[in-house]
Design a protein around this ligand. Structure first.
Ligand SMILES: [Zn+2]
Length: 289
């Protein structure tokens, strides 16, 4: 499943490709991926993409001179975006890809956006949980209101984070997964951030010390930002090669590492896997208190 760092990478790369492009037609290959009650082509015809914003894992396309028209895109489990330039070169990212995904449109292509310069943007989604949907400003406002601040932003307020934790009696892992509290941390990144901050996932959120909370806030941001830096290779150019899908999994310290020695210097612990907050959870019983 594309996590936030992959989505952020896709967004950043895609906006460099599609910003300013004028939509000349929209092909819907599967109705489940779009609004059931709106003609997406009629809405988007001749509109120019202004920019792509993001909140959590939701991408928000805005359009020039339009204040009440947006396109919300969510990759969910298996979504991918591919941009095809007028010469047929393909760039794309999202769910892990093979070269076969880039012969577009392919069998999992759900929507195709064609631009006036003969380039195209395709949305592939094998499992059909993802979507590209028209939304108005009020719907975007509601969507945004469901997300808390993101630890990856420079102005994330660690003091605020500590105060808010004091009101939460759930395990810290559950608090971090709650997107309405802090946005963007998925299961993998929560385990990694807790390991870095030496906090056990099962600890009650309101029992964390200030020092632990501040360490956790910065660890959360760091782990995401490092992953975004690595995730740059998630967005691939497919002209010559299917390419290997480089990602952050090569750098994980605890996630999926159960039974292995804790990678922290001077720690003799063994990584353990438990269930916490309904999710497979990995931590070191020796150094995470
Ligand atoms: Zn350890």
């Amino acid at each position: 499943m594309p996590e936030l760092p992959e989505v952020e990478t896709v967004r950043n790369q895609l906006r460099q490709k599609v910003n300013g492009k004028k939509i000349s037609s929209v092909e819907v290959f599967h109705s489940k991926s779009v609004n059931h009650d709106i003609d997406i082509e009629e809405k988007l015809l001749n509109k120019k993409i202004a920019d792509i914003d993001r909140i959590g894992k939701l991408m928000i396309f805005s359009f020039e001179k339009e204040t009440d028209l947006f396109l919300l895109a969510h990759l969910k489990m298996t979504g991918q975006f591919f941009f095809v330039d007028p010469t047929g070169d393909v760039d794309g990212g999202g769910h892990s890809m093979t070269a076969a995904d880039t012969d577009l449109p392919m069998k999992h292509t759900r929507v195709g956006f064609h631009f006036s310069d003969h380039s195209s943007l395709y949305f592939n989604d094998m499992r059909l949980f993802g979507y590209v949907k028209i939304a108005n400003a009020e719907e975007v406002r509601i969507a945004r209101s469901k997300f808390g601040p993101e630890p990856i932003t420079k102005n994330f307020d660690a003091e605020w984070f500590y105060k808010k934790l004091k009101t939460r009696k759930t395990p810290i892992k559950a608090a971090l997964l709650d997107q309405s509290f802090v946005a963007g941390l998925g299961n993998i990144y929560v385990d990694e951030a807790l390991w870095r901050a030496k906090v056990r996932p099962t600890r009650r959120a309101d029992k964390l010390t200030k020092k632990e909370a501040l360490a956790l806030a910065s660890a959360s941001g760091d782990v995401m930002n490092e992953s975004i830096a690595v995730g740059g290779t998630t967005f691939q150019h497919f002209k010559d090669t299917g390419g290997e899908n480089g990602n952050f999994t090569d750098y994980l310290k605890v996630f999926g590492q159960q039974g292995k020695s804790c990678p922290r210097k001077d720690c003799n612990g063994t990584i353990k896997k438990i269930r916490c907050a309904g999710r497979g959870t990995h931590y070191c019983p020796a150094c995470q208190k």
